[in-house]
Every structure is written in C-alpha cells, then in structure tokens.
Write a protein of this length. Structure first.
Length: 87
C-alpha cells in the first residue's frame, strides 16, 4: 500500500507491505499530508488515522482500491496507518 502527499499519486510519503498489523506513525514532512492512496492487495484492507498511534478520524484503504483525491474533510490529516485489519 502506498500513500502520497498530493493528488494523483504524486509525492510518495510512505509505502508498506500489505498485511502489517503494526500501526506506523507518519513523521516530519510526511505527517498531515496524505491526499491520495492505493492498495493493491485483494487480501488486506488498511486503515489511516488522523492522529498518531491509531487514534482520531479514520479512513479505510479498501481491498484492491485507490483514491486519487480524498475528500477535503480527509485531506492533509493522516498521521498513522496500518496495512491490515481494515478500520
Ligand atoms: Ca497534501
Ligand atoms: Ca494528523
């Protein structure tokens, strides 16, 4: 799964293998920047949170899905994510 800081899959800010249950925090320039994402897995759905360590507002990374421009309410807020267990 990959996260990008701009729309249309530009400026990759993180990528992780699918199936990762550990919640990873985004730090530095990657924090509060996600605007597009992709999940190439048919097995694992992920989750992103607006705050560190899996707290706050949630956004799912659905199976075999992508979003080239998340809604304004979800833009520039993601601070942590995992690549398994959905939300
Ligand atoms: Ca952004
Ligand atoms: Ca945040």
């Amino acid at each position: 799964m990959c996260l990008w800081g701009n729309n249309d899959y530009l400026w990759m800010i993180d990528s992780r293998d699918t199936g990762g249950s550990t919640i990873a925090n985004l730090s530095g320039d990657a924090n509060d920047e996600m605007d597009s994402w992709a999940n190439k897995s048919n097995t694992y759905a992920g989750c992103m949170w607006s705050d560190a360590n899996g707290s706050g507002d949630r956004q799912a990374l659905g199976l075999n899905s992508s979003d080239n421009n998340v809604s304004p309410a979800n833009s520039d807020e993601v601070s942590s994510w995992r690549t398994a267990h959905a939300c």
